[in-house]
Design a binder for this molecule. Structure first.
Ligand SMILES: [Zn+2]
Length: 486
């Protein structure tokens, strides 16, 4: 048995005596030397299975990009979390393999500590890693020359929240917002210990930054989310193929709904934009509105003459014959809303949160939730049974949870996935005589997993396209909603 390399548990990056603030405007990447009113949020020493997703959920709720400096050995242990960081548009930087003080690192140890972490993160991210944050902020001319030889930019910080010492939420908020300048870089930690204070402080920090007129940007040269082109892939019997050629969405594409005929579909973007194809008619969008939180899903009414959009804060926007039955827009949620599903009659809907909380409106009935269960991975999607008397929830790790008359046909809860699960779709009512029902799970890489009598019609694994959802066709096939940079 190989002895496990001892992981040096960091004492917080602000603890190092060698640390000196880098000064105003020292954002590595496209904002270097900026005089614009931009600041950066940075998170060191993750990934952590609980706290990193919790941080990501808050960032997602506010639509804010951040930069993560994970410890290489922890990234190896939690690859799906690192993939989620990248998939959600955040930047990644090197923080060494085992959190070593680079000023004391022998030259012969650099390949194992620095190059190994660079290679590992780049492979997980599918993009180059261009900067490094020295653990403890410990740096020197020698360190900088080693970094330069590797094409790595040194990324320090200007604001140490001291969140590592758990000083209380108020202290973290105060330190983060103290004397903000253009180019300020704020240091937080998303691991390795209890980071609940950091998570609790984050909404107030983001709101405080915005109230002071600053925009939040990533460091290290990773582009923020740009416009996207939809890449809709039909599999098996579907009424209409990819009609989205040439379309560009300014917002991140987040959801899709099929028309009852299967001969058309709607796409929804995070900025509230709605795109229609085939016989799916346009009834309006939230595209011109200033949204408090990004749109996360779309559900059509059974007539096909209307649809509802759900936002991460639980806001619901209705169009056409979709009636408004309520929303969570003004409720303080424990976790952002991630999905919406219509009832078979169209008179109601369910909203589902990342923590597995289920909220019912109109004629949607409550059959249980995961609101008080400690999940290994966040919930990412919901699918309802044909009767509307039950639903499945799917988690990012492939776990499937059943409620009401939804039958369990299996899950990926114990499978090591190449990419996190992003959606679940149930077989349509009566698509096959004597069907016992089934469902598909789709991964961010376009992989498709079938359960029950849901037929495998093909997948898009290995396509290099970032996937967001799987949508059943009324005929027994499905579409995968993917997106490419425009
Ligand atoms: Zn650190």
């Amino acid at each position: 048995m190989a002895a496990a390399a001892a992981l040096v548990v960091p004492a917080g990056d602000g603890a190092g005596a060698a640390f000196r603030p880098t000064g105003v405007g020292d954002l590595p990447g496209p904002h270097q030397g900026t005089t614009q009113a931009v600041v950066a949020l940075t998170f060191d020493d993750g990934p952590h299975p609980v706290w990193t997703p919790a941080v990501l959920d808050v960032l997602d709720r506010y639509g804010v990009p951040a930069t993560f400096f994970p410890i290489g050995s922890l990234a190896e242990r939690h690859p799906d979390i690192v993939r989620r960081v990248v998939a959600e548009g955040h930047a990644l930087g090197n923080h060494t393999w085992s959190h070593r003080d680079l000023t004391r690192l022998p030259a012969g140890a650099w390949p194992g500590e620095v190059d190994r972490a660079t290679r590992h993160l780049a492979a997980l991210a599918g993009q180059p890693v261009t900067c490094l944050r020295p653990p403890f902020g410990a740096t020197s001319a020698g360190v900088r020359s080693q970094l330069a030889a590797r094409g790595l930019t040194e990324a320090l910080w200007t604001h140490d929240t001291r969140d590592f010492r758990r000083p209380g939420v108020d202290v973290i908020v105060t330190e983060a917002l103290r004397d903000l300048r253009p180019g300020s870089v704020i240091l937080f930690h998303d691991g390795p210990g209890d980071r609940s204070q950091t998570v609790a402080a984050l909404p107030r920090v983001i709101e405080g930054i915005r109230a002071r007129g600053f925009r939040i940007v990533p460091v290290c040269g990773t582009a923020a989310r740009g416009p996207e082109r939809p890449a809709v892939a039909p599999f098996g019997p579907v009424g209409v193929g990819d009609r989205s050629a040439g379309v560009v969405s300014a917002g991140r594409l987040v959801g899709m709904a099929a028309s009852p005929s299967g001969r058309g579909y709607w796409l929804a973007a995070a900025d509230g934009g709605v795109f229609t194809y085939g016989d799916a008619a346009f009834h309006g969008s939230a595209g011109g509105l200033r949204l408090a939180a990004p749109v996360v899903g779309i559900a059509a009414t059974p007539t096909g003459r209307g649809y509802r959009l759900a936002a991460a804060d639980g806001g619901v926007f209705t169009y056409g014959d979709a009636a408004y039955r309520g929303g969570l827009g003004h409720v303080q949620l424990n976790a952002p809303i991630v999905g919406i599903a219509s009832t078979p009659g169209g008179g109601g809907y369910w909203l589902v949160g990342a923590d597995g909380g289920v909220f019912t409106y109109g004629d949607a009935t409550f059959h249980g939730s995961l609101g008080h269960v400690r999940l290994a991975a966040p919930i990412v999607g919901v699918a309802t049974t044909p009767t509307g008397r039950g639903y499945w929830l799917a988690a990012a790790d492939g776990g499937v949870f059943t409620f009401g008359d939804a039958r369990f046909h299996g899950s990926l809860g114990h499978v090591r996935l190449a990419a996190p699960i992003v959606g679940i779709a149930a077989t349509p009512p009566g698509w096959r005589e004597g069907s016992g029902g089934g469902y598909w799970l789709a991964g961010a890489d376009g992989g498709v997993f079938t359960f029950g009598d849901a037929p495998f019609q093909g997948s898009r694994a290995g396509s290099g396209v970032s996937h967001r959802a799987i949508i059943p066709s009324p005929q027994g096939g499905y579409w995968l909603l993917g997106a490419r940079p425009a």
